[in-house]
Design a protein around this ligand. Structure first.
Ligand SMILES: [Cu+2]
Length: 190
């Protein structure tokens, strides 16, 4: 009996998650439509496993959006192991990877992952400020110093929040996460 209650609980949990997720999607699409300036959205994603991340970092560092009980999560140790092997976890991602926009468009960067990210403009893609996650790449100057560097801290996007980037000049702009530097997006402004 107890077991079947657990199963139903999980099922209801999934249905509720689906409804909340759909609601959030609808709301952000609505907000985009309402704004007069053209907007383009980039989504930050990750699949952090709350149990292992929070044990190492702090309680509630990784919020459970990855459905860890169903296996859709990467442990803290696995994230580092994959990066060290040169095959960083593809669940940590900015979507889309390439974006073409017209000048005057506002970029809306939404963190739908479970942990903080940065959306930091760099001259050249490279490593972030946590060397074991860099797959051997050098730390890029724009990420150096981590959050003790105000310029880096300003580009941080917490879970469930969004950042707006305006006034991008014509040409190519490269953005990466200074924590998980394989999260990369190229924005072409025409
Ligand atoms: Cu990140």
């Amino acid at each position: 009996m107890r077991k079947s209650v657990g199963k139903y609980g999980l099922l209801i949990g999934c249905l509720m998650f689906g409804a909340t997720y759909a609601g959030a999607q609808e709301k952000s699409a609505h907000a985009v439509a309402q704004d007069k300036a053209p907007l383009a959205q980039i989504v930050a994603l990750d699949e952090c496993d709350p149990t292992t991340f929070n044990a190492v970092l702090r309680p509630n560092f990784c919020l459970n959006v990855a459905l860890a009980p169903l296996g859709f999560a990467t442990t803290f140790q696995d994230l580092f192991t994959k990066a060290a092997n040169g095959t960083p976890d593809p669940g940590w991602d900015f979507e889309p990877d390439v974006l073409n926009i017209k000048k005057g468009t506002t970029l809306v960067v939404v963190n739908q992952g479970g942990e903080p990210h940065t959306f930091t403009e760099v001259a050249k893609f490279g490593g972030g400020f946590i060397p074991p996650l860099n797959s051997g790449e050098e730390v890029v100057p724009e990420c150096a110093g981590g959050f003790s560097n105000v310029a880096v801290a300003k580009t941080r996007i917490l879970q469930g929040s969004e950042s707006h980037i305006t006034d991008l000049s014509k040409g190519e702009h490269l953005f990466e996460c200074c924590i998980h530097p394989w999260m990369r997006t190229k924005v072409e402004v025409k």
